[in-house]
Write a protein that binds this ligand. Structure first.
Ligand SMILES: [Zn+2]
Length: 654
């Protein structure tokens, strides 16, 4: 082992783990804090983290055993493959993502039972590793396809990527000598031998190894991991993979990363690749590469992203469609694309400091990632449609579902990438709350809890955040540390807060615009900064180029996208019979957002096109009602329902 332990954060004197964080660039504009620097103690995110730890993780553990995906490693050790292999070619990756989630949980607080389970699973994986470092249960044994023989769809490097990510998390949470880290290093060394400068000159069809190699370089200091990531990123785009039915765009092998103008092809692949490219750019001061990815991000957000932050509208190849092709009823918006989008935006935020990245992280966390798990943590959305037309039938509780077919959240999928991705994101959520730089602290997301950071000069910065965000816009930040030097506290004013936000510092209140506000003072314990964000419900209209929702309006409140669900409209059979009266702004009644609607009967005319669009005669008896909306992330928790985010306006031809 050549681990450069000087680069690794040691355990604290009291034995508690420290320094755990998903991304740690060597030289970024903003420095990430660790899972123990930030504590979320109450409110929305605390509840989600609790659900993750108490329900989602045990649920995933049960399904990994039940499906045999964990037992594949035992079968490998006992030479029972391929006969006893279960699951798709990438099922190993779910075990690794589950391990990463466990590691972040263990990094936040000791849990002997979880620790024991983690150790047991790592032992099973280590026992399945081949003497040369190869670890994958699908390839390479007699009766199986040879190693690296299906780079387009085999996912071998993708799986190893998640193994490395889990090991990086373990090393960063105070365990650089852990068995999992050893397994990962041996696998990474093999990858460098096989795919190095003189090796196989190709890439994996599913990016992920790129970011993982850079992260492993960050914790070990082993330069060849960084070099290997560079080779993978520079090779892609030069037609190194075989053409498949979806074209080379599907795995971003159509255009080199540095030359592309927008994210395209399979959304999760495109986003993982872009995240890896930012990692590489940060570690090699490659400004051109980082700026290329930032440009692609800007155009993707401006033209290819749903209101929820969801990405990818094509079911056929799980891909980005052309600009402005964002149909709500065909939204794919895979949960994993949401996770990957947060990974990318977080890296760009650390690199560049632009609050637009934190805005998208917030939107995606509230409206994609937290939409996936059911309120009991035992079922998930894979695709996140913005319009459900049919009640559909509940998914089978005892069998894995087809990925995007279920009308309700499903307990597990044949391709079950999303639940484990949600789990590792929720377990490391505190990492996205705040950052530090030489001048002070920056708050990007708002949740009740504490933030502490020790500056290079040894000065402690500590603060407590108290808020009921996102249900209330009052955010109270109290300074807990004493300073002998002035320092800066920055708060993000979300992009949606275009009017009515204000800040109070030292008793003075002033209006603030969306962006970042920075207060530099000689802060003393008890000093307060109070941010007030406008939490009235508001109408949101789409760009006219998004044809699929022309003539519609959505309702948002703070960072939450709202949805109309049929269980809240008992007097109609379908949410599609409602037309919004936009002359009446959405209101908040008893904590619930309501919108004034007219209810129009739907009549079939034999042919759904006509000179007047089948406009009904004005009908004075047409019923008007105040219809309650739910946060989009909470829909489909009350049995089968129809739902829509974009609501037709009550106007001619809508
Ligand atoms: Zn997924």
């Amino acid at each position: 082992m050549t681990t450069d332990t000087a680069r690794l954060q040691p355990l604290r004197a009291d034995g508690a783990p420290t320094a755990g964080r998903p991304v740690a660039p060597r030289a970024a504009r903003l420095r990430p804090l660790s899972l123990t620097d930030v504590r979320i103690t109450a409110g929305y995110w605390a509840e989600l983290q609790h659900r993750n730890q108490s329900a989602i993780l045990p649920h995933i553990d049960r399904w990994l055993e039940r499906t045999g995906w964990l037992a594949n490693f035992d079968a490998a050790r006992e030479h029972r493959l391929p006969v006893d292999r279960r699951g798709r070619e990438f099922s190993d990756s779910e075990v690794y993502k589950f391990l990463e989630a466990m590691v972040w949980e263990l990094g936040r607080r000791p849990d002997p039972a979880l620790q024991q389970r983690y150790d047991a699973i790592v032992a099973r994986i280590a026992a399945a590793q081949e003497p040369d470092g190869y670890v994958n249960t699908k390839f390479g044994r007699p009766g199986q396809q040879p190693r690296w023989s299906d780079l387009e769809m085999g996912h071998e490097l993708y799986c190893i990527g998640f193994l490395l990510q889990a090991a990086v998390a373990r090393a960063r949470t105070g365990h650089p000598e852990d068995l999992l880290v050893e397994v990962a290093r041996r696998a990474a060394d093999l990858v460098c031998e096989v795919f190095g400068e003189d090796g196989i000159g190709s890439v994996d069809g599913h990016p992920e190894i790129e970011s993982a190699l850079v992260e492993l370089y960050r914790v070990t200091g082993e330069a060849r991991y960084l070099e290997q990531a560079r080779l993978f990123i520079d090779r892609r785009g030069h037609h190194v993979l075989k053409e498949i039915e979806f074209g080379r765009e599907y795995f971003q092998d159509d255009i080199p990363v540095r030359d592309a103008e927008v994210l395209r092809g399979h959304a999760v692949r495109a986003l993982y690749l872009a995240a890896g490219a930012v990692d590489l750019a940060d570690e090699s001061d490659d400004v051109v590469l980082r700026e290329a990815v930032a440009r692609q991000w800007q155009r993707t957000v401006a033209r290819r992203t749903y209101l929820t932050g969801g990405m990818g509208s094509r079911h056929q190849d799980e891909a980005f469609a052309e600009d402005f092709v964002l149909p709500p009823d065909r939204a794919y918006s895979e949960t994993c694309a949401g996770v990957a989008s947060v990974m990318l935006a977080w890296r760009l935020l650390l690199s560049e400091g632009d609050p637009a990245y934190a805005d998208l992280i917030e939107r995606t966390l509230f409206n994609v990632i937290s939409t996936s798990p059911a309120s009991d943590g035992e079922a998930f959305f894979y695709a996140n449609t913005l319009h459900r037309r049919e009640l559909g039938s509940p998914p089978d509780a005892d069998r894995p579902s087809v990925r995007a077919a279920a009308s309700l959240r499903a307990p597990w999928f044949e391709v079950s990438c999303c639940p484990t991705n949600v789990a590792r994101t929720l377990a490391s959520l505190t990492a996205y709350v705040a950052t530090a730089d030489d001048d002070g602290l920056q708050l990007h997301q708002y949740a009740s809890g504490t933030v502490s950071h020790t500056r290079v000069d040894g000065q402690e910065l500590q603060l407590t955040v108290t808020t009921d965000y996102p249900y209330d816009g009052l955010i109270r930040v109290r300074i807990d540390s004493r300073a002998d030097q002035p320092w800066s506290l920055s708060l993000r004013v979300p992009g949606w807060a275009t009017q009515g936000a204000s800040v109070t510092v030292g008793g003075d209140t002033r209006p603030v615009n969306a962006g970042v506000i920075t207060e530099r003072r000689l802060w003393q314990p008890g000093d307060e900064v109070i941010l007030r964000l406008p939490m009235n419900a508001r109408f949101t209209y789409p760009d006219a180029r998004i044809d699929a929702v022309r003539g519609c309006v959505a309702v948002e409140r703070g960072p939450l996208v709202m949805a109309l669900e049929s269980v809240d409209v008992p007097e109609t059979a379908s949410v599609d019979q409602l037309r919004v009266d936009a002359s009446e702004p959405p209101r908040l009644i008893g904590g619930q957002v309501v919108v004034r609607c007219r209810i129009r009967a739907s009549t079939d005319h034999g042919w759904p096109y006509s000179a007047d669009g089948h406009q009904p005669e004005p009908d004075q008896t047409m019923k008007t009602a105040d219809i309650p909306l739910v946060p989009y992330h909470a829909w489909a928790n009350r049995g089968p329902s129809t739902m829509r985010v974009w609501l037709p306006l009550d106007a001619p031809h809508t």
